[in-house]
Design a protein. Structure first.
Length: 212
């Protein structure tokens, strides 16, 4: 199987994380989520985590210098030699340019497109486990343990999934992140997938785009 060095684009709640997990298993490459790395830093109470928390709580983007430093360290690890998936980075054109300047080779850029109204519905039902990090949805992916995670912990809704914060995140995405599509389209690298209501339908379209 060919080496896949993929950037996954899409608005918050478009399903990038779920698709990243599926692609990761299929190609046996790490899915690197800057959001997960930053949340881990916040939970650990690191200096970077405290710095990032104020931006995330307001639905704003973490500053480029913080995110770029995280990514540079992560891509230098041995498990990225045969490929990787970047989920949540780059989020701005300067970040995309910085990634290029780092000499990081990208083979595919895939954008999952979902209307804002559907995203607001999706995010309102998302639940996470504060202990193990597992993600569920009250409608689309309910936990087999009801309001609890299978590990036993009670599921919660992340503060950045509150409707007001989601609306702010979507506004930020359209203003700041969407221009990246033009950046990569100009390089002939961009592929678009329309996110479907059923997970398996989106997965099939993503697979076809990556294999095409």
């Amino acid at each position: 199987m060919r080496s896949l060095k993929l950037i996954l684009l899409g608005a918050p709640g478009a399903g990038k994380g779920t698709q990243a997990e599926i692609i990761s298993g299929k190609y046996n490459i790490p899915a690197i989520s800057t959001g997960a790395i930053i949340r881990e830093a916040i939970q650990s109470g690191t200096e970077m985590g405290k710095n990032a928390k104020s931006y995330i709580d307001a639905g704003a983007l973490v500053p480029d210098e913080v995110v770029i430093g995280i990514i540079r360290e992560r891509l230098a690890k041995e498990d990225c030699v045969n490929g990787f998936i970047l989920d949540g980075f780059p989020r701005t054109v300067p970040q995309a340019e910085a990634l290029e300047a780092m000499g990081v080779e990208i083979t595919e850029v895939l954008s999952i497109e979902v209307p804002d109204e559907k995203i607001l519905t999706r995010m309102a039902g998302r639940r996470v486990c504060p202990k193990c990090g597992a993600t569920f949805h009250t409608e689309f992916k309910p936990s087999p343990a009801g309001e609890n995670c299978p590990c036993g912990e009670k599921l919660t809704r992340r503060s950045d999934d509150d409707p007001e914060v989601v609306a702010a995140r979507l506004e930020t995405y359209h203003a700041v992140t969407e221009p990246i599509k033009e950046f990569y389209a100009g390089k002939g690298m961009l592929k678009i997938v329309e996110g479907q209501d059923k997970l398996e339908d989106t997965t099939a379209l993503v697979a076809a785009a990556l294999e095409g």
